[in-house]
Design a protein around this ligand. Structure first.
Ligand code: SAM
Length: 328
């Protein structure tokens, strides 16, 4: 019988977010300091063989969904090769990718061929100058080229993730809805979280998505919607169209009771909750020659420490690491 991974609160864990590098080619102000360079070295990252062993252990515990993330995952050399290896593991049914799409135009075809099916692109603005300001010098045209290449390559659905930032991009929500309507993308709005010093500083731009939803409803006819994927977004649909708009509300209406995931950082640390700095070092175990039974036992043991919920509101200073360590 298939083993299952269940935490102390009865939540079944079936989803691993796998960060393949902590490096990023953008410096979104709410994520990383503009001059940040203090990344880990590639020899600290798990190698592909090590990643495959860990994910195989998760798969044998009933995990079926993997999301490749970072940092910026497309920076990791050979990512399509890794994707192919993970897609072939018994039990892995869903392989997806989160990216800023800057490097996607060149890699979209290879990733799709390797078995990545769903893709999320982080995009907070459609204005080139504003994009450069938010990301500390990023080029919007490269992102748009990447997204269009992804569509040609056959990714479906393509989800655009937009952080709702008061005073930064709150005059663009309707434009982004129109953009996603035109190109048949799914749109998700996300609330800013106090992760790292940068995330905490950005909470002055925090916007409660209930307000954003009310505002959009005054312009678009929104009806309840649904979307396969098992994530935390609550969806509305624009009536008479295929457009679904998701609202991801970790702060105003958290969804911890249905949390089904854990995160593995590039250096092999297992993070049980985005809102907590506790980490369980799987790399040391892997490099000490642990077999798959020992790996599985360690994962089960680590899971005992998964908290019932994050405490972003009560203890906003709790998470020191930047979001780029775990990939959101
Ligand atoms: N580079 C990839 C990307 O751009 O999607 C993956 C990593 S990035 C850290 C993942 C997501 O985290 C992005 O959508 C980004 O907007 C989000 N993020 C970063 N810092 C955040 C914060 N303080 N609050 C909420 N979301 C944040």
């Amino acid at each position: 019988m298939q083993e299952q991974l269940t935490d102390s609160f009865g939540r079944r864990i079936e989803y691993v977010r796998l960060s393949v590098t902590d490096r990023c080619n953008l410096r979104c102000f709410y994520c990383l300091p503009g001059d940040f360079r203090n990344f880990s070295e590639p020899d600290e990252w798990l190698g592909f063989d090590e990643i495959e062993r860990v994910i195989a252990a998760f798969a044998s515990l009933g995990v079926s969904k993997i999301r490749l993330t970072g940092g910026e995952p497309l920076i990791r050399r050979g990512l399509p090769d890794l994707a192919g290896r993970l897609a072939r593991l018994p039990g892995i049914a869903d392989l997806s990718l989160s990216t800023n799409a800057v490097l996607l135009a060149r890699q979209a075809g290879a990733l799709c061929a390797a078995g990545v099916r769903r893709i999320n692109v982080s995009l907070d603005t459609l204005r080139p100058g504003r994009f450069a300001a938010i990301t500390h010098g990023g080029r919007l045209d490269k992102v748009l080229d990447g997204i269009m290449a992804a569509r040609r390559a056959g990714f479906a659905p393509i989800k655009i993730n937009m952080l709702a930032l008061k005073g930064i991009n709150d005059d663009e929500f309707e434009d982004m809805v129109e953009f996603c309507l035109e190109h048949d993308f799914t749109l998700r709005f996300i609330e800013t979280m106090p992760v790292g010093a940068t995330g905490r500083a950005a909470t002055r731009h925090y916007l409660d998505l209930q307000e954003v939803k009310r505002r959009l409803a005054s312009r678009f006819s929104l009806i309840p919607g649904a979307m396969p994927g098992g994530g935390p977004a609550r969806y509305m649909q624009v009536a008479g169209t295929r457009l679904r708009i998701g609202f991801i509300t970790p702060i105003s209406r958290h969804f911890c009771a249905t949390c089904n995931r854990v995160r593995l950082s590039a250096d092999g640390a297992l993070h049980l909750c985005l809102g907590q700095d506790y980490r369980y070092d799987l790399r040391a175990l892997l490099r000490s020659g642990a077999d798959s039974a020992q790996l599985k036992a360690a994962i089960v043991q680590a899971l005992v420490l998964k908290p019932e919920r994050h405490e972003f509101r009560e203890k906003p200073r709790q998470v020191i690491r930047f979001m780029s360590m775990t990939g959101g």
